[in-house]
Design a protein around this ligand. Sequence first.
Ligand SMILES: [Zn+2]
Length: 298
Amino acid sequence: MPPQLQFLGPGVFFLPGAVNSVVVEGPGGRALLVDTGLDDTHARKLLRAVEGAGLTPGAILNTHSHADHHGGNTFLLGRFPDLPVYAPPLEAAIIRHPVLEPLSLWGAAPPAELRTKFLLAPASPAQGVGPGVQALGSIEVELLPVPGHAAEMYAVRVDEVLYAADALFGPEALGKHPLTFGADSAQQKASAAALGEVEGVRVVLPGHGDPTPNLAGLVSANLAAYARTTDAVTAALAQGPATVDELLVRVGAALGMTATNPGAWVLNRAVISAHLTELLAVGAATLTLEGGVLRARA
Ligand SMILES: [Zn+2]
């Protein structure tokens, strides 16, 4: 069976995968491809499905700069060199200079263990686009700012269809990754809550997971997951002053999870840092530097 696009709404389709790709049909059979997947394999499937539906790529939108959402750009640009690539401005900078992703997670030049395709996609010539109603390659969509999971990110609305990108995860993804990735957990919570207020949504598709008509249910499942992480960091701090790494060990034990590779470890560690920043900002924790060790305490 060749890969097939699935219907979300009139002129809006998606290709299911480890990460979903959304396809928005525009004038003249041109299609906007929203998120291109991790690599050539996903992008090749996406192109076959798009062409199988009688459409031609007209533009790419990457909702954010995580490698699994733009790693497929290279394959598509190889076939269609003039395809414009859009992304939120800060994310576009990272997509043009993708080493910024593992560099920011590691805090220095990343070692080979962090230069995997999951953290370091090939560079592509993304250009920044602002929020609101935009015509991307003449295909009109509404871009809703949903920062938090990434520094900047857009959800995409087309009539009654909402693609939440990674502002909302499907229940299975939330269960599989108890430390849901977020760079700014306070913004992440605000963005999820804001998506819950969008009116007239008939179907919502998360970046990872299945489409559902139950926007409110998806929002509350995500808010509960983010709150659980904040609570776990709070509980870890209550056990006594700790470095970020020690907090990660305590939270991992509480949530029954451990990282199995350096890439997963830096991502988990960043989640702890994000929730710690949130607690520091509201005065629920402080940082102390003693004997050369930076610790957080409740
Ligand atoms: Zn992501």
